[in-house]
Design a protein around this ligand. Structure first.
Ligand code: TRP
Ligand code: ZN
Length: 466
């Protein structure tokens, strides 16, 4: 066979291979024939959120942001393990332009459809194999408007941005498996024009000046984090450092105009954590803090991991207690699906009631009575928010807390304390569902509590006053 015709056959073979690649009928280097991972995890409220076929272990995010233009340049290095033989898999990404994708260093074909970014590696990935997907992207991130009308994602400010991601906003600034059931550790390098401050979750491990004068800060999140708890704040911030619990570094930051006004309460972070540890057990993370932003961008506080974020107008002690309580309930013990949101908000609200009872002379029963009297708290059962629009409605917070107070009055203070601490310990850095909670509470109480759950957690309407 002449050289010329061999080249022709090779070209034909290559063409056929790429056809097969697109059709998904190829076999991998090891002879594995994979199938595409699912485009969503069938969350009852967000069916397309997250992706099947793999489990992320670590995100390495390299971001450069230019506040003047609003442009974000990013590279996401995602280390994951295949949970099936994979021919292709999705990442969630909203907006932005993908420039390049690789899997284990080899260029991967990619395709965008809605918020799904599909990567097709050259070779199929066998189940159990660890792989590294790299996506290079650019663009001006646009926030998402949620079903309830609130904004989330990358929110631009006059001189920077603040990123919040509950429930789905993190897909506006990095590609990933954005369902809370896939937690991972993070390294994030943030490059900004000189004179601007950047903050994120966890511990700042490096600060360096780049050749052109821009400044990079590097942030490490050592414990698993659901992507909705990732944050970035860019602007003119004043910071304060402290130590909590003898060993946990605390870094608080506030935008310059709200720095003086928030300094005293930021100083209370270690003291409040010390009180919460007594109630909930060991603090689950190796960093702590708070981020306070000027009002007008963020419509609510959020329990971003290790370093919750607050609009200045919501930075009060009760909200601080609430967001810190989420570090145990929500961030370490993370909901299995968004329908379990009361496991976050009911617990954090009850943490406010417990704090008031112990330190402000307001019995939890008084909060319970107030909540019981409000009609808005009975719109739906806390374990069954009907739509995504209802995720942060009063029944989730107030009636969720009422469930816990009723449990406490049923099993007694000593057993209730054991349930609260034991729950945080048993599911530390894991995910848990409402069924996991009811089963766990019954196992600690040593009795069936079905009647309590039926009425308080799953029942429609206001029951008789207990
Ligand atoms: N999870 C936040 C908290 O309670 C609240 C929150 C997040 C929220 N997104 C929201 C409230 C949207 C209303 C609307 O700490
Ligand atoms: Zn909350």
């Amino acid at each position: 066979m002449s050289q010329r015709s061999r080249t022709g056959i090779a070209a034909l073979a290559a063409a056929l291979t790429s056809l097969a690649l697109l059709a998904g009928g190829c076999t991998g280097a090891g002879g594995v024939r994979g199938t595409p991972g699912a485009a969503g995890l069938r969350d009852p409220l967000f069916p397309k959120l997250g992706n099947g076929g793999y489990d992320v272990g670590h995100y390495g995010l390299t971001l450069a942001y230019d506040p003047a233009s609003g442009r974000l340049d990013g590279t996401a290095e995602i280390t994951a393990r295949a949970t099936q033989d994979l021919s292709a898999f999705d990442l969630d990404l909203a907006g932005l332009t993908v420039r390049r994708a690789t899997v284990d260093g080899a260029p991967a074909a990619y395709n965008r459809a809605g918020n799904e970014l599909t990567l097709r590696p050259r070779d199929d990935i066998p189940e159990g194999k660890e792989f590294r997907a790299t996506v290079t992207y650019t663009g001006v991130p646009e926030p998402l408007t949620d079903a309830d009308g609130s904004k989330e994602g990358w929110l631009r400010t006059a001189d920077g941005a603040v990123a919040v991601g509950e429930p789905a906003g993190s897909m506006t600034w990095f590609p990933g498996n954005h369902h809370p059931s896939d937690k991972a550790t993070y390294d994030l390098a943030l490059t900004l024009p000189a004179g601007l401050d950047g903050l994120s979750n966890g511990v700042r491990t490096a600060t360096r000046t780049e050749p052109g004068g821009r400044v990079t800060t590097v942030w490490h999140t050592a414990e698993p984090m659901a992507s909705y708890l990732a944050t970035v704040a860019v602007g003119h911030y004043e910071t304060a450092s402290a130590t909590a619990l003898g060993a946990v570094p605390v870094l608080t930051a506030a935008e310059a105009p709200v720095a003086a006004g928030s300094a005293a309460l930021r100083g209370e972070v270690p003291g409040i954590l010390a009180r919460q540890v007594k109630r909930f057990g060991p603090y689950p993370f190796s960093a702590a803090g708070a981020l306070v932003t000027k009002d007008g961008t963020l419509g609510y506080a959020l329990e971003t991991q290790t370093r919750p974020v607050f609009p200045a107008g919501s930075f009060d002690r009760t909200t601080l207690v609430h967001e810190q309580a989420h570090q145990w309930f929500g961030n370490s013990v993370t909901l299995a699906s968004w329908r379990d949101i009361w496991l976050n908000e009911g617990f954090a609200t009850y943490a406010e009631w417990l704090y008031d009872e112990e330190y402000e002379h307001v019995p939890a029963r008084t909060h319970f009575e107030r909540a019981f009297a409000q009609d808005a708290n009975w719109a739906f059962p806390p374990a069954a928010p009907p739509t995504a629009e209802n995720l942060f409605d009063p029944p989730v917070y107030q009636r969720g807390a009422m469930v816990l107070h009723t449990l406490r009055e049923t099993v007694g203070d000593r057993v209730f304390d054991e349930i609260l601490r034991g729950w945080a310990a048993k599911y530390r850095h894991a995910n848990a569902s409402t069924d996991d909670f009811t089963a766990y509470a019954e196992s600690v109480a040593g009795r069936d509590l079905g009647a309590l759950w039926d009425v308080w957690l799953y029942g429609d309407g206001r029951p008789d006053r207990p």
